[in-house]
Ligand binder design. Structure first.
Ligand code: NAI
Ligand code: MG
Length: 340
């Protein structure tokens, strides 16, 4: 039986990396019935005056799983980010972003293996802002709730336990934001007591950044609030070779949306230069979420082989292949692995 999955090609490099990922996923032999939703973001605003039509949300609610390309957000004006709206409206509170060294890529570190757990629905990033025209004062609300905090921290510990991970680090700014970041830290300290098998510690966010750049191998799972998580995940992407290779998943109690950490990369869109690895690794997470561990293993092993061989990589990681050539080669590798 085929899995019903909502497919959002997105914009910019989205359609290119989504096509590559679908090709590689289908090479695993797992069957998918894709429900394509093209009308999101700018295209949907032009066609129907609404960046995130209800039909898209309904499709994801029905199928429970979506694979998503990046969607452009206008800067400093225009509609509210579709990516943020999706996470909030579907209550996808856990944003899971692993950064792992791939074989053959030249980076300062060869053994990074981190997972960021970013709270995905509240905090400063949620975009609750007001502007007082008369006084010319802008305010942004960084709401942190006990409920929102408990569920992301518990999610992180449960995930860590299931994956046999050893340590959780909570990143915060509770020295300055004593109430909001303080609530996040205190809640983490409380919940950590329930997980004596997992080492727990905390870092102030600025020190966390320095530590990650100096010795990322010392960290394992990192749980943090929304905006810190956004920034830390691009930092961690940089540690392992850039945004082209870092996966992500947005997970709630009812639905899950799998998407890369990177955005729509307008600077390289439509040129066949985009690296689809980030979305392919997100698709690997999707396969595991669906219970297709053997297919996920085959895909990961084939991908690592492609990096180890280095015979067909995209330009961002030093290769000379196009998005499509990368996907063709990888799909062959996956198919022969599945056949064997
Ligand atoms: P970006 O991630 O799109 O690009 C940053 C840099 O990384 C660019 O130089 C780009 O060429 C490179 N890059 C990104 N992905 C790549 C890939 N797969 N292969 C090779 N190189 C890659 O970030 P930027 O420029 O800040 O944002 C562009 C747009 O994307 C904005 O409208 C932003 O709001 C949106 N965005 C959407 C996200 C989503 O849909 N979840 C996440 C982040 C940004
Ligand atoms: Mg980001």
């Amino acid at each position: 039986m085929a899995y019903n999955v909502t497919l959002l090609p997105g914009d910019g490099i989205g359609p290119e990396v989504v096509a590559a990922t679908v090709q590689v996923l289908e090479a695993t032999g797992v069957e998918f019935a894709w429900e394509r939703q093209e009308q999101v973001g700018t295209a949907a605003v032009e066609a129907m005056g609404e960046p995130l039509p209800e039909a898209v949300l309904d499709s994801i609610r029905k199928n429970k799983v979506a694979l998503k390309g990046p969607i452009t957000t206008p800067v400093g004006k225009g509609f509210k980010s579709v990516n943020v709206q999706l996470r909030q409206k579907l209550d996808l509170y856990a944003n899971v972003r692993p950064s792992t060294t791939l074989p053959g890529i030249k980076t300062p570190f060869q053994d990074v293996d981190l997972i960021i757990f970013r709270e995905n629905t509240e905090g400063l990033y949620s975009g609750m802002e007001t502007y007082d025209e008369r006084l010319e004062i802008a305010d942004a609300t960084a709401r942190v709730t006990k409920h929102g905090t408990e569920r992301i921290i518990r999610f992180c510990f449960e995930y860590a336990r299931k994956q046999g991970r050893e340590m959780v680090t909570l990143a915060h700014k509770a020295n300055i934001l004593k109430i909001s970041s303080g609530l996040f830290l205190r809640t983490g300290q409380e919940i950590s007591e329930e997980y004596p098998d997992i080492e727990f510690n905390d870092r102030i966010i600025d020190n966390m950044c320095m530590q990650l750049v100096m010795r990322p191998q010392a960290y394992d799972c990192i749980v943090t609030t929304n905006l810190f998580g956004d920034i830390l995940s691009d930092l961690c992407a940089g540690l392992v070779g850039g945004l082209g290779i870092v996966a992500g998943a947005n997970i709630g109690d009812d639905c899950a949306v799998f998407e890369a950490v990177h955005g729509s990369a307008p600077d390289i869109a439509g040129q066949g230069k985009a690296n689809p690895t980030a979305l392919i690794l997100s698709a690997e997470m999707m396969l595991r979420h669906l219970g297709e561990a053997a297919a996920a293993d085959a895909l990961r092993t084939a991908l690592f082989a492609q990096y180890r061989e280095g015979d067909c990589l995209t330009a961002d990681v030093g290769g000379a292949c196009s998005t499509r050539q990368f996907a063709d080669r990888l799909a062959d590798r996956v198919a022969s692995r599945v056949a064997a």
